[in-house]
Design a protein around this ligand. Structure first.
Ligand SMILES: *Cc1c(COP(=O)(O)O)cnc(C)c1O
Length: 379
């Protein structure tokens, strides 16, 4: 089955009792048993809920994976994965990681004895350098946020396999429409569903997708034991969002290309970060592992002054200044003061994250209007 058909049909079935074509919102905490232990597969909604089950099946299908697990947020999904580790274990990740992931790694798990290394992962030699006998996990996010570096998933998988470590790929920016990491050798795919997957800026949720049954035993145990599960109404919203994922992504990518090219040609714009450019340092990897290049673009202004960036952000009319990304509406952001404020200034500098950097999440409006907004704001 091709992607667009799967986005609409995979993993979901008409409701068995009524025939409702859309998965009902099973707004219930518990389920009546006929006799002790004699039930229909549902006992308590932290453990299982039919709306969540259908979402989890749909998510697994889209990534060509066997198992899916949904969580109350992307961070709850991340948290569940790190619980696979124990004190003394080491993780290698990228140095321009999503700020919230950096925060949970360094502020929650490092004090518990897990060690994290942050390296520029688009250079696989930098990853190899940190591998030792305690390496248990390699955590990739690609394209990275906000510099849109592209990390070679297949190459990372080779390093992980050699080290006997799990490869986790945060696929939030790409979605399975652009890349399916399990097929490139990843063990676990992690999502903030809040972004492109739900796609309408109306819910916060996360997910994991993977193939391995033993991994499923442990991760589903943590999902239930720790309880970071989403409610059925949110699951319904993501199920609804997924049905247009392919159409939305197609438009995000088309608009992204037009805007990246507009910015590149603009005399007041400095460096533009977008993996679709032939001169992007990781363009070849992007072209190899992705179906298209997405709608996330970052750029700096000529002169690289923070106050100029702030002035542009204040002038935007369509690109709303807001945290988050991946919704139908275009958003703008200032990573140094917003999404990446939790990364120390020194680390930000090392990662090449300038204080004048503007990040765009290009929505699915008409590209001409978006370009007009950029034109008036940049001046
Ligand atoms: C937003 C985001 C997360 C965290 O997800 P939440 O749903 O906000 O908890 C993780 N990784 C990436 C790349 C993100 O953009």
């Amino acid at each position: 089955m091709k992607f667009g058909t799967k986005a609409i049909h995979a993993g979901v079935h008409p409701d068995p009792t009524t025939g409702a074509i859309m998965t009902p919102i099973y707004q219930t905490s518990t389920y009546v048993q006929r006799s002790p232990g004699d039930h229909k597969g549902f006992e308590y909604s932290r453990t299982h809920n039919p709306t969540r089950t259908q979402l989890q099946n749909a998510l697994a299908a889209l990534d060509n994976g066997k198992h899916g697990l949904a969580f109350a947020s992307g961070m709850a999904a991340t948290d569940c994965v790190v619980k696979l580790l124990k004190p003394g274990d080491e993780v290698i990740s990228t140095n321009d990681l999503y700020g919230g992931s950096y925060r949970i790694f360094t502020k929650v798990y490092e004090p518990l004895g897990i060690k994290f290394h942050f390296v520029p992962m688009h250079d696989m030699a930098a990853v190899r350098e940190k591998v030792n006998e305690r390496t248990r996990m390699i955590w990739v996010e690609t394209p990275t946020n906000p510099l849109l570096n592209v990390i070679d998933i297949a190459a990372a998988s080779a390093v992980a396999k050699e080290a006997g470590a799990l490869l986790v790929v945060d696929n939030t920016f790409s979605t399975p429409y652009l890349q399916t990491p399990l097929e490139l050798g990843a063990d676990i795919v992690a999502y903030s569903l809040t972004k492109y997957m739900a796609g309408h800026s109306d819910t916060v949720m996360g997910a994991l997708v993977y193939n391995d049954d033993q991994l499923h035993e442990r991760l589903s145990f943590y999902q239930n034991a720790c309880g970071g599960t989403p409610g059925p109404q949110d699951c319904f919203l993501v199920l609804r969002g997924l049905k247009t994922l392919h159409i939305r992504m197609q438009r995000h990518c088309e608009n992204g290309r037009k805007i990246a090219e507009f910015l590149k040609a603009h005399p007041k714009v400095g460096k533009v970060y977008w993996p679709g450019f032939a001169d992007h340092p990781n363009h070849e990897v992007a072209a190899k592992q992705m179906n298209d290049f997405g709608g996330m673009i970052s750029f700096v202004l000529e002169g690289d002054r923070k106050e100029d960036a702030v002035a542009v952000l204040e002038k935007f009319e369509l690109f709303s200044l807001a945290e988050s990304l991946g919704g139908v509406e275009s958003l703008s952001g200032h990573p140094a003061t917003m999404t990446h404020a939790s990364i120390p200034a020194e680390e930000r500098r090392k990662a090449g994250l300038s204080d004048s950097l503007i990040r765009l999440s290009v929505g699915i409006e008409d590209a001409d209007d978006l370009i007009e907004d950029l034109r008036q704001a940049i001046g």
